[in-house]
Design a protein around this ligand. Structure first.
Ligand SMILES: [Zn+2]
Length: 168
């Protein structure tokens, strides 16, 4: 497992997760992205999209340079261009506003793809639990009482603790 749950604190009902870096797992190589400075968010933009129609899709969080899309192959095979923004410009309040603006501009063919990136960027612990919802439900750790993939923070905390106890 590539997470380290450092501390869980609560303020009333609010669960706060403090997770040590690295927070993200590269979609290409599966290795941790050691720092916000080493990562980028890429997505594809269809060159043949009609004006005013959404053209963006397939966003990924990857290591800069070594794990990015093969742009020449993309253009040749899919008529797509690879667009990117460094992770440093997609974190914090400025980063959240950039992401919200992309939703506002309806740039993505499927907003759910962008929402997944937003959750990975802004919801503490989400990156570490996002592939484990089904098994957590099966193990009785996660009660499926929210939309799938939209757990409450206390549920993320429970899954993280369970993963740690399962995998060390
Ligand atoms: Zn990588």
């Amino acid at each position: 497992m590539c997470f380290n749950l450092r501390r869980v604190s609560t303020i009333g009902e609010i669960v706060i997760l403090h997770i040590e870096s690295p927070e993200w797992v590269c979609d290409t190589c599966g290795e941790p992205i050691a720092s916000v400075y080493y990562g980028t968010v890429q997505w594809l933009s269809d060159v043949d999209a009609k004006p005013g129609e959404p053209e963006a899709h397939s966003p990924i969080i990857v290591h800069r340079i070594r794990c990015i899309y093969d742009e020449k192959a993309l253009y040749r095979n899919q008529r797509s261009l690879a667009m990117d923004l460094d992770l440093t410009s997609l974190v914090g309040t400025e980063g959240l506003m950039r992401c919200l603006d992309m939703i506002h501009e309806r740039r993505f063919k499927d907003d759910e793809e962008l929402l997944e990136i937003i959750k990975r960027l802004f919801i503490p612990g989400y990156e570490q639990v996002r592939h484990h919802f089904d098994e957590a439900i099966e193990a009785g750790i996660l009660e499926p009482n929210t939309s799938h993939g939209y757990p409450h923070m206390n549920q993320i905390k429970d899954i993280l603790a369970w993963l740690q106890s399962e995998h060390g």
